[in-house]
Design a protein around this ligand. Structure first.
Ligand code: ZN
Length: 98
């Protein structure tokens, strides 16, 4: 189940009740939706980061190929750190081969 489906489910469960949903909860849902629309999640980035870094070192076209990842890296310091660490390792190992 993705996050959008969960939001839909929560919204539906609200509409079954007579009383108005808590404003804080609604605000929270709004935030969740906005976050989701900004691009991919950290989990997604983590599964593709190896490929992205390899591509970056090898053909330098990772950004064109996976712009969503690049975008996320700019926004998310955690994933960016992971990316830089991997890039560092890969650059060193590719230099050793030459
Ligand atoms: Zn992230």
């Amino acid at each position: 189940m993705n996050i959008r489906a969960i939001i839909q489910k929560i919204k539906k469960s609200f509409s079954h009740h007579e009383e108005l949903p808590n404003e804080t909860v609604l605000g929270f849902l709004q935030v969740l939706e906005n976050v989701q629309e900004e691009g991919c999640s950290c989990d997604e980035v983590f599964t593709k980061i190896d490929e992205y870094v390899e591509r970056e070192v090898d053909k330098k076209d990772a950004e064109d190929l996976m712009p969503v990842i690049r975008e996320h890296l700019d926004l998310c310091p955690e994933c960016c750190e992971e990316y830089e660490a991997l890039l560092d390792i890969l650059e060193k190992t590719s230099q050793d081969k030459k």
